[in-house]
Design a protein around this ligand. Structure first.
Ligand code: SF4
Length: 438
């Protein structure tokens, strides 16, 4: 049997693609290896969101070139492939740039890989052509945890001025409710307890199907899967102004959909939001947050922010800090702005903020996020919450609440991974809470 090793960079979507590739290659005579020096096929699944990720991918190719050369001396031939967002952006240029790279394939044709692997026996090639979403019965080699990712849609139509996703993953394409429900039932049968629905903008789900399907209908269907056991459904990410009342009502009335929204705000300043080509202002974002909080008790709302977007003044940056406080966002991912040349913002070179200022703003942002996270965790002291046990570390059982808070169990109980436990929160720190079973 041949062996395959995949080095994955970037977001959950990429990690999920890697699971699909591993699973699919299992049907074509490959087994997974954790040792790159042991592999017959090495694949780097790239991310183009930040320059640092692109450089990591290229540096990995350099390491693999040496492995390939050494194997060739022993008379053994191995293949090196590159896929993901950088493949989609750079395409044939990569084949020119890296002489030892055998194959470049895209984010939108991963199921073409078995055919492409046969073709590279003859010659090196690049194929990044978009293929329609392809439903198949290939097993997905999912990470053995309690949570499984399930892609509900691909691509994005929003063209935020800093983002490469519409270029790398194409326009929105949704899978059907039937296909998603079928996969969700398989996931539960495999023993997973939690399913995270993945889409760049889940609230746009179904729009291209043109049959009245929408995200709320999908959530309702997933709230009624074929099992008597407890399970959880999560989803990410939401676009603020696309979240409908129907989605909020559905979550409020559901049994299995978790009370947790990830709603990237990106900036707390209206002018910067406009420059970012985000289709909302701070007040509209505020109203959505209030509506969700008023409808769904104990809901967690998390966000993403960029520090140092081109032309951002210090005052405008401080509006972001105010927004985190005012909106009581529970947690936020942060990043310093990283220019992507293909995007509109990437071309605003005369307005770029210097690295030192970006770094200083990022530090202030991170400090604010930490404060907000601590405050959010402290709210739950004295509350009894359902924990899904997902890990045991140094003898301590850990899990997550429905609203996605990390909890360490500080009683003497022995639990199973995948067990649901009701526990009372006794204390809280920035990144986790401590609880005892009730
Ligand atoms: S909505 Fe998200 S994925 Fe789509 S362009 Fe904007 S930042 Fe990128």
């Amino acid at each position: 049997m041949k062996k395959v090793y995949i080095y994955t960079l970037g977001c959950q979507m990429n990690k999920s693609d890697t699971e699909k590739i591993y699973g699919m290659l299992g049907h074509f005579g490959y087994e997974t290896t954790k040792e790159e020096s042991d592999a017959d096929l090495l694949i780097v699944n790239t991310c183009a969101i930040r320059q640092l990720s692109v450089e990591k991918a290229y540096s990995k190719l350099g390491v693999w070139a040496k492995i390939k050369k050494a194997k060739a001396k022993e008379g053994k031939s191995i293949k090196i492939a590159l896929c993901g967002c950088v493949a989609q952006l750079e395409e044939k240029e990569l084949i020119k740039k890296f002489p030892y790279l055998d194959l470049v394939f895209g984010t939108r044709n991963i199921y073409e890989l078995p055919r492409l692997l046969k073709q590279i026996e003859e010659k090196r090639l690049c194929d990044t052509k978009e293929k329609p979403i392809f439903e198949n019965d290939y097993k997905i080699e999912r990470n053995k945890t309690t949570n499984a990712w399930l892609t509900i849609m691909e691509g994005c139509n929003n063209f935020c001025s800093y983002c490469v996703v519409p270029y790398t993953r194409g326009r929105e394409r949704s899978r059907t409710i039937d296909a998603i429900v079928k996969e969700a039932n398989i996931i539960l049968k495999e023993g997973f307890k939690e399913i995270t629905l993945l889409g760049q903008n889940v609230d746009s789900y179904g729009k291209n199907l043109e049959d009245g399907t929408n995200f709320a209908k999908l959530l309702k269907a997933l709230d009624n899967l074929e099992t008597d056991n407890n399970y959880r459904i999560r989803f990410t990410s939401s676009y603020p102004t696309d979240i409908t009342d129907e989605v909020i009502e559905t979550i409020k009335n559901s049994k299995h959909i978790c009370e947790c929204f990830h709603i990237p705000m990106q900036s707390g300043n209206d002018r910067i939001l406009k420059e970012m080509n985000r289709r909302y202002n701070v007040d509209e974002y505020r109203k959505i947050v209030q509506k969700i909080r008023n409808s769904i008790p104990n809901v967690t709302i998390t966000s993403d922010f960029i520090a140092g977007f081109p032309s951002e003044t210090q005052e405008e940056f401080l509006d972001t800090i105010k927004a985190i406080d005012e909106l009581q966002l529970d947690y936020s991912n942060t990043a310093a702005y990283s220019p992507r040349p293909i995007t509109k913002a990437g071309k605003m070179t005369d307005k770029f903020i210097d690295e030192e200022t970006k770094k200083a703003r990022l530090q202030i942002l991170n400090d604010k996020v930490k404060q907000a996270s601590l405050k959010s965790n402290q709210k739950y002291i004295g509350h009894t919450l359902e924990i899904l046990i997902d890990e045991v570390k140094d003898g301590v059982f850990q899990g997550r609440t429905r609203n996605n808070k990390v909890v360490h169990l500080i009683d003497d109980g022995k639990y199973e991974i995948g067990q649901f436990v009701d526990a009372k929160i006794e204390r809280a720190t920035t990144w986790c809470m401590f609880a005892k079973r009730v």
